[in-house]
Design a protein. Structure first.
Length: 153
């Protein structure tokens, strides 16, 4: 049981980062992290979190004008959504945690980034469990209702 702060209205929470083409980053709100300086006000996905900007810059300058793929080969310590895939089901969440853990062990991912990623993943799992539980309860209620109404012999 964790007593966290009030959940923010979902529509207002968005990654403050932008994509390469300048459009706003559309990362799932469940995966957003709070800004170090202004928690609760500014949110980032772990690709855009400024805490990792220096590390990303380093990886970029090391490789000249490199593309993402080249960055990865030349030692960038970040995963991409390509490494992780979608996060829609508990099976996806399990795969994410495996990929993240494996990447830390092999040195592909910095432990700071991994801690942030796992925190986001944990938040996702919690949110997903709550939704899943509600759905199961509703289904059970329906079954019980049906049984008590017409199922008795
Ligand atoms: Zn982002």
């Amino acid at each position: 049981m964790t007593a966290t702060t009030e959940p923010m209205p979902e529509a207002e929470i968005r990654c403050a980062g932008t994509r390469k083409d300048g459009s706003p980053c559309g990362v799932d709100p469940d995966l957003l992290l709070e800004d170090d300086e202004q928690p609760g006000v500014i949110h980032w996905c772990f690709n855009h979190h400024p805490a990792y900007e220096a590390e990303r810059e380093l990886a970029r300058s090391r490789g000249g004008h490199s593309k993402a793929a080249k960055d990865r080969r030349s030692g960038s310590r970040f995963l991409t959504t390509h490494d992780l895939g979608d996060l829609e089901t508990p099976a996806d969440a399990l795969r994410w945690s495996q990929v993240i853990a494996g990447s830390v062990v092999t040195g592909k991912l910095g432990s700071n980034a991994a801690a942030v990623a796992l925190k986001a993943l944990e938040a996702w799992v919690k949110a997903h469990e709550a939704v899943d539980l509600e759905a199961r309860l509703a289904e059970l209620e329906t079954r019980v209702e049906r049984t008590t109404r017409g199922g008795m012999v």
